[in-house]
Design a protein around this ligand. Structure first.
Ligand code: GLN
Length: 199
């Protein structure tokens, strides 16, 4: 198995560490590849789009020719987990800020995002979330977090903060508004790996 982590910008090494720990925990082996150029995504069995700055990430993915590879891989069912800025990139539609700046989105999930849903006064915070696929609460770290504000019928909501959807899935795509790589709780990386390993 090969798991790719888009490594153009943002929280890359933390995801690599989390994956390594999660693999050890489940006693499974996979190669983890950090991806900065085209040609690698098609060789992977799963992919993580990390947090960072979604405008920068989006335009570099297009420039490097990686965006098209991700769309192709997603269409063929590759499990993909997008966290924070990664969630924004997975979305089909953004808010007025996204529209105004003609931000490049991958347009894979039938969701509309608010890029900075929680505003400046809550630049970062932690919250204990009920996540429908986990058997107990999950302490999530939010940093200038986005949220899903509208979604289609194919989207399954996994967790909310008030009215904001902060975790959701659509088929092989998993989107988290927070940073699972910044906590020791590996359950959401395990949930993603369950898909990669097909169980
Ligand atoms: N809100 C940020 C953006 O628009 C994402 C923040 C993050 O990934 N920590 O890019």
């Amino acid at each position: 198995m090969r798991i790719g982590v888009i490594a153009i910008q943002g929280a890359v090494s933390e995801h690599v560490d989390a994956l390594e720990h999660a693999l050890l925990e489940r006693g499974e082996v996979a190669e983890i590849v950090t991806i900065k150029h085209s040609g690698l995504v098609p060789t992977c069995d799963g992919l993580i789009l990390p947090g960072g700055e979604s405008t920068t990430l989006g335009s570099l993915l297009v420039r490097e020719g990686i965006a098209d590879e991700i769309k192709e891989a997603a269409a063929h069912g590759m499990p993909i987990m997008g966290t924070c800025a990664g969630l924004i990139l997975l979305a089909k539609e953004g808010d007025s800020q996204v529209e105004k700046t003609h931000q490049d989105l991958l347009s894979l999930m039938d969701v509309k995002v608010n890029r900075n849903a929680f505003g400046r006064q809550h630049e970062s915070f932690e919250a204990n979330l009920d996540v429908s696929v986990l058997d107990s609460q999950y302490n999530a770290v939010f940093i200038r977090a986005p949220a899903i504000v509208e979604y289609g019928n194919d989207v399954k909501v996994l967790s909310k903060v008030g009215e904001f959807v902060v975790a959701a899935e659509q088929g092989n795509l998993l989107a988290l508004a927070f940073h699972p790589e910044l906590t020791d709780d590996l359950r959401l990386h395990q949930y993603f790996l369950d898909r990669v390993f097909g169980r």
